[in-house]
Ligand binder design. Structure first.
Ligand code: ADP
Ligand code: MG
Length: 395
């Protein structure tokens, strides 16, 4: 049930809430936002599970101005969700209820939760997994852009996963309709994922503004983070991090990128292109070689001539493995006690143990810090560019 924003004051208190509680049985909290709590809930009649986002709009907690703002932005979020919900890689809004004090948005339940938590668990993802996730994400983004919608808050926290690790894009709280050649100027999003043009436009009144391309920049940041396990732009001083973003200054450092393919790096470089006009569109990104190789991977129904070639490649690969194995440094107890972090398997183990103990990632060097992933504030954090944030998440 959707009602006009202006007539909300006349709603009988709890009317919508009662309706929701009659239909659904709310269970444990599965996520929290700035002014919302997300719970698992069960449809009483069918026993089917869903997720309900409960947005509090009580006058005790919010000023009249904030109340109006939350109601308006939720109405906008719902309008966009109704528009795009049927896409396979976008979260489905099933139902919505409103009372004077709460808004309930019922979504399909994504049991594995955020991609962010999945990445935290795995440290880094393989190229195959990254390809699968990025393809779905880019298809969702392409669909949004075709419908003149820009998301503006793409990040692993807003990408949800089901039991089979399929993803769906969620949280349309910052998204808006943008008909080209219109441009936006508002500074919003999450610091590490902001495109250079968003920052530049907030500092320069003569800047023409930004468009859909900001979502592709965020896709580049996400892809980098999935493969490296740490974000491309990070500095403990936020002002310096923003400068790195504006200059598009990032690197494929060692050892994280040693084993990664040139096509993966190329796609990231083309997404993290400072000039929005030169940056790949979602459609162009989907045509990139990184995804083409996947199609070949899937279609291993090959004719005999190709099979011979594959056999030859396999033999060559075996020879290379043997040569590398001979050249490789043996993992001795001396090496393990002197520099355990240099051994890939041990490195992963240390990272995972450290995370379990401390609840966040350990600093790896002056310029790379997985804690940065955990420093991104929710969307209430609109940047104050004059501030030089010197806080650091330390062990
Ligand atoms: P906000 O707009 O306040 O950030 P979100 O819509 O992103 O709120 O939801 C907050 C968190 O709740 C998400 O990051 C996720 O962990 C969890 N969540 C939201 N929707 C679902 C869902 N459909 N299934 C499972 N978890 C969800
Ligand atoms: Mg969110």
């Amino acid at each position: 049930m959707t009602r006009d924003v202006e007539s909300r004051d006349e709603l009988p208190d709890w009317a919508g809430a009662k309706e929701f509680y009659q239909k659904y049985d709310p269970k444990e909290v599965i996520g929290r936002g700035v002014s919302s709590t997300v719970r698992r809930c069960v449809h009483r009649e069918t026993g089917r599970e869903f997720a309900v986002k409960i947005i509090e709009v009580t006058p005790e907690r919010l000023s009249p101005e904030q109340l109006r703002e939350v109601r308006l932005s939720t109405a906008k979020e719902m309008e966009i969700l109704h528009h795009v919900s049927h896409h396979p890689y976008i979260i489905t809004l099933i139902d919505s209820y409103e009372s004077n004090t709460f808004i309930f948005l019922v979504f399909d339940l994504m049991k594995r939760g955020e991609l962010f938590d999945y990445l935290t668990e795995k440290v880094t993802l393989s190229e195959k997994e990254t390809r699968y996730i990025m393809r779905s994400l880019l298809e969702a983004v392409s669909y949004l852009h075709t419908n003149n919608i820009v998301h503006r808050d793409l990040k692993p926290e807003n990408i949800l996963m089901d039991d089979c690790l399929n993803i769906k894009l969620s949280d349309f709280g910052f998204s808006c309709i943008l008909n080209p050649p219109e441009k936006l100027r508002e500074l919003c999003g999450t610091p590490g994922y902001l495109a250079p043009e968003i920052l530049k436009c907030s500092m320069d009144e003569t800047h023409p503004g930004y468009g859909h391309e900001v979502d592709l920049w965020a896709c580049g940041v996400i892809m980098f983070t999935l493969l490296a396990g740490s974000p491309p732009f990070w500095h403990r001083r936020q002002m310096l991090m923003l400068r790195m973003i504006m200059e598009g200054r990032f690197q494929f450092g060692s050892p994280e990128w040693d084993d990664r393919s040139a096509t993966a790096k190329d796609l990231i470089t083309r997404l993290l292109e400072v000039c929005p006009e030169k940056r790949l569109t979602a459609e162009q990104a989907l045509q990139h070689q990184f995804f083409q190789s996947h199609q070949r991977e899937r279609g291993l129904m090959v004719p005999p001539r190709h099979r011979f070639r594959i056999a030859a490649w396999a033999a060559l690969a075996c020879v290379r493995i043997v040569v590398r194995w001979r050249r490789a440094r043996p993992v001795t107890s001396e090496l393990l006690s002197r520099d355990p972090y240099s051994v890939k398997g041990v490195r992963k183990l240390i990272d995972a143990c450290a995370f379990r103990i401390y609840g966040h990632w350990v600093k790896k060097g002056e310029r790379q810090n997985r804690a940065a992933l955990f420093q991104n504030q929710p969307k209430a954090l609109l940047l104050t560019l004059g501030e030089d944030d010197d806080r650091e998440a330390e062990l």
